[in-house]
Design a protein around this ligand. Structure first.
Ligand SMILES: [Zn+2]
Length: 251
């Protein structure tokens, strides 16, 4: 019975991931996310549900379109798989609570934000706006959650705004808004951890890429993926990371 439950949670996440794929592909071009229906980008054949079962269709079709045989981007099964696994991790950590809903909303915001930022160096306002509109009803769980989320929202946006001003445009408007959404959904404590991890990983990756000449010094690097990584790590392992860090300090 328990396997059935976790299978259901995974499949729900994978189905959301399938929708996130549509957002990732269509939002940067400003297209509608509901019309036209899903189709093969190569032969434009409309895909029915047999071709749209998250993860399984890709495996079953061996990564190729059923109609024209062209290769399907591995982005599709990858996003579905990651979203499904993160949904399972959220439900395992927070159980049947509003915290789980906030976690899965966070997942559904940061995944397309990171993917679009990587590909196009922008984070569409629609994604951040969806996070705020769907997130606000979820913070009325208790007085503590409400205040922590409100502080997180303004702290996330405010801190990144200050960094954007100080770095003269090294940080984009989309990053500022995404940090505010992360603060809203995680509360201020986990937000600070998320930002700390994002800057830590971001600067380490930036340095590595500069050394290996993948990017040039001062060239703007999309920060959304690091914000996403930091936020997911803080949401899933935040208490453990903080405990570990305090343990290091008091050794
Ligand atoms: Zn095709």
């Amino acid at each position: 019975m328990e396997y059935l439950w976790w299978g259901l949670v995974f499949f729900t996440g994978a189905a959301v991931g399938s929708f996130l794929n549509v957002c990732i592909c269509r939002m940067p071009a400003g297209g509608s996310i509901v019309y036209p229906p899903s189709h093969c980008p190569a032969c434009r054949h409309i895909l029915n549900f047999r071709n749209l079962i998250p993860v399984f269709s890709y495996v079953f079709l061996k990564g190729r379109c059923r109609y024209c045989g062209c290769k399907i981007s591995s982005q599709y099964p990858l996003v579905e798989l990651i979203t499904g696994l993160l949904f399972v991790m959220s439900a395992a950590k927070y159980g049947v609570t509003l915290s789980t809903l906030r976690a899965i909303l966070l997942i559904s915001v940061v995944i397309p934000a990171a993917a679009i930022d990587l590909k196009y160096k922008i984070i569409p306002d629609k994604i951040n706006l969806a996070g705020v509109v769907l997130g606000i009803p979820l913070i009325f769980e208790s007085k503590e959650v409400f205040f922590s989320s409100a502080i997180g929202f303004f702290a996330g946006g405010g801190l990144l705004f200050l960094i954007a001003v100080a770095s003269r445009g090294g940080m984009g408007g989309g990053d500022i808004k995404l940090a505010a959404v992360i603060g809203l959904l995680l509360g201020w404590k986990q937000l600070l951890l998320a930002l700390f991890l994002a800057f830590l990983v971001g600067s380490a990756a930036g340095l590595t890429m500069t050394i290996f000449k993948v990017v040039r010094l001062k060239e703007p690097v999309p920060f959304g993926p690091y914000l996403a990584l930091g936020a997911l790590a803080a949401a899933m392992e935040g208490d453990r990371i903080i405990k570990w860090y305090i343990g290091l300090l008091t050794m």
